[in-house]
Design a protein around this ligand. Sequence first.
Ligand SMILES: [Zn+2]
Length: 380
Amino acid sequence: MRKAFICPTKYVQGEDEIRNLGYFVKTFGSSALLIAHPDDVSRVKEKLLITAKEYQISFVESGFKGECSRQEVARLQELAKEKGCHCTIGLGGGKAIDTAKCVAAGEALIIVPTIAATDAPTSHSAVLYTPDGAFDDYAYFKQSPSVILIDTTVIAQAPSRFLVSGMGDALSTYFEARATAASCSNVNAGLPCGFREGCCGPAKGTNTAMALASLCYQTLMEDGEKAKTACDCNQVTPALENIIETNILLSGLGFESAGLGGAHAIHDGLTIFEGTHKYFHGEKVAFGTLAQLVLENAPSKEIEEVLDFCLKIGLPVCLEDIGVDQFTAEELMEAANKACIPEESIHAMPFPVTPQSVAAAIITADRIGKNFKEKSRCGK
Ligand SMILES: [Zn+2]
């Protein structure tokens, strides 16, 4: 059986770690194209100046326009060439990181997430949008980023809703990996890159990736609530460090190398509801996880553990928590159909899935979540 595992070359996290960014730039050369939103640059400006001086390197600021589009990627690649940059840095949230991945195209890339809201930083893929912000395409690169550098002090200072959302994204990882393993489905780690046609092919997950996915879930249960409290106080504690690693590294390696399942597909289906658009990816994935657990008839104890965790840290447990207050039966079927299109990861579930069974799981998960919330409110 063909199996694949993919990961970044180096992962480093610590307090004020951005002060060491110059060291990693230096391993490639003396200048780096810095792709970052101006607000994110200003949050870490002082540390950038310190590290540039200490390691004698320069950052070429890019005037990043905020959208990961083909046009912006082409402009930045041209700029990198013109300025003779030796590596690319993506600093900030999802868009800057995805743009940097596209500009670097799998070579000499340093990712510096300033929030821990998703597990995307470690992956070898990115999402392209049109200049007006509509979905364009997925891009896969020949390698994962060279360096993931995380300044835990910066993450602790960001609003804790980002960290909680990252825990929602990480919450699905184990359950989706478990389903993928049970059905022996392919994982993203084996996907072909867009640069060398046929360089790799379909592959199953490794035991290594499954172990990481399990640790991801265990760490959330153990440290999630403590980490949220630390982040509410803008403090770096051991629990917060564990959860930053969980949200970014464990969940990132888990989803790419151990597989996606129902939770992310149901998330994608639910995006047909306008009301969900103001909620973060991980917040919607948390509800998608509950719906997947209902779809696979997971043990009540497991569902309750997940619900309890979500309520404790403030993740959604029902549809109204993600902006879906009312809907028609037709709208629900539209969402379920979208979750079940042939390309969706829901088909990695270890049994046949139909739009009807997905709609039933969404409705039931919503009621279970509402009831659980009500019960815990009365219990207090
Ligand atoms: Zn995700």
